[in-house]
Ligand binder design. Structure first.
Ligand SMILES: Cc1ncc(COP(=O)(O)O)c(C=O)c1O
Length: 439
């Protein structure tokens, strides 16, 4: 937020990627600036996120030459990294500033420099050492990597938005991280990489399970999925649930993927235990899935895990029902349709906030930006949102403050709420806050 307040003045534009965290929309809102949204390119059929292409950023820059900055998230939640080097060239050629939200990659400068935004030309890089390193939660870190950034204003804005009472717990955890990396960093990172490589080598022997491998994937993220034939039964949630029963806890599941995050503290035994459990699951699939009884037994486990309140399955279930709504539920869903569906349902891709102070041609009415009312989502359609609607995790808003409420997205949000997922901006009854109208 401090970096957004620093690079943007009122009404100025910033180019952002559609998978940006809600903190990005919030910063733009505080700066009273405008956003131009660039779509991500989906990386893999059943992952609802992707990389940001330099070509797409370039197109947006050509269309918005007066934009001040570009902000992208790299790596994304699944570990997919964008080509920061290429993007920074394009951004700097246009005299703009490149901000990279590297919340999921604070280990990258040590782990793989080619992927680290700090080493690839970004001007500002924001890290969350509490995700993959060893700091306490809330230890966000802002790195300024070039002279294009006005450090005075950045520091002033940091002071404005931060607490004036620093937490000594946080500072100590930072200091400990520094000490660990200085004294043992080389060894720890070497071991981390070796453990992952060994794990990935062993995984290739599994007949029915796979771990996602892409050239632009940060290998510390372990995206597990079932090979084609079984993915309808063994989806991401199934894998999460199976592993939980073995005392192994992953980050989340989405559709077919079970996402595991390794970190600086992961030990050799953790990878070994994960492999042993996956081997067991692989054998179950291999040996028993050919009988009707075993399929039914697994279905029982699946239903049981649904009742166990697992958000991953709930989202998957929602996806299923939503696909039905969209009449996409065929035997083989067209990949492009599936990705279009992901995009439409899970990203806010509006180009701009509504201009509060002027008439809104879509609604033919005026908005009173100082007055808010709380409405059931079914009555909020076509009204202007006064909050972000953000499923959490992963924290990417599907609708942002100032957007016109779309019926379909509100329904998605409510389905998630009903299924028990935390959706910021919508309560358990499906109420949302919208701006009142001036009549
Ligand atoms: C991509 C991304 N950016 C920003 C944030 C916000 O970071 P924090 O919650 O540490 O402020 C998160 C949090 O999960 C995130 O995933």
């Amino acid at each position: 937020m401090a970096s957004l307040l620093t690079v943007l003045n009122e009404n100025e534009k910033i180019i952002i990627a559609s998978n940006s965290h809600q903190s990005v929309s919030n910063g733009i809102f505080l700066a009273k600036a405008k956003k131009v949204v660039v779509d991500v390119k989906f990386s893999y059929p059943f992952i609802n996120d992707g990389e940001i292409l330099a070509e797409d950023i370039e197109k947006a820059i050509i269309q918005n030459p007066k934009a001040k900055a570009v902000l992208i998230t790299s790596p994304n939640y699944y570990g997919v990294v964008s080509n920061i080097n290429k993007i920074s060239e394009v951004v700097h050629k246009a005299n703009m500033i490149l901000i990279v939200d590297q919340a999921h990659g604070s280990h990258l400068p040590f782990f793989k420099k080619d992927f680290a935004a700090e080493c690839q030309g970004a001007d500002i890089v924001i890290n969350s050492p509490h995700k993959t390193m060893g700091a306490f939660t809330q230890c966000g870190l802002l790195n300024v990597c070039s002279d294009r950034v006005d450090r005075f204003f950045l520091e002033r804005n940091l002071q404005i938005i931060q607490s004036s009472s620093p937490s000594y717990l946080f500072l100590t955890s930072f200091a400990m991280n520094l000490e660990i990396m200085e004294n043992y960093g080389v060894e720890i990172i070497r071991e981390w990489k070796t453990n992952i490589e060994t794990f990935l080598d062993k995984i290739t022997y599994l007949k029915n399970l796979e771990v996602l491998q892409l050239d632009n994937l940060d290998k510390s993220k372990i995206n597990i999925f079932a090979k084609k034939t079984f993915d309808k039964i063994v989806d991401g949630n199934f894998i999460v649930k199976f592993l939980e029963n073995k005392g192994i806890f992953l980050e989340m599941s989405f559709d077919k993927i079970a996402l595991g995050m390794s970190g600086i503290g992961s030990q050799k035994e953790d990878y070994e235990n994960l492999f042993t459990a996956l081997l067991e699951l692989d054998e179950i699939i291999e040996n028993k899935f050919d009988s009707v009884e075993s399929l039914e037994a697994l279905d029982v486990l699946r239903i049981k895990s649904f009742n166990d309140d697992n958000i991953g399955l709930k989202v998957n279930n929602l996806l299923d029902s939503k696909k039905k709504v969209l009449r996409l539920k065929k035997q083989n869903i067209d990949i492009k349709e599936e990705q279009k569906f992901y995009k439409e349902c899970f990203f806010s891709f509006k180009q701009d906030f509504v201009d509060f102070e002027n008439d809104i041609s879509d609604t033919k009415t005026k908005v009173n930006c100082n007055n808010i009312e709380r409405l059931h989502y079914t009555k909020a359609v076509n009204r202007i949102l006064a909050v972000n609607i953000t499923p959490y995790p992963p924290g990417i808003p599907i609708l942002t403050i100032g957007e016109i409420c779309e019926a379909d997205k509100l329904q998605i949000a409510y389905e998630l709420v009903k299924l028990g997922q935390n959706v910021m901006g919508m309560d358990s009854y499906g109420n949302v806050s919208v701006y009142k109208l001036n009549h």
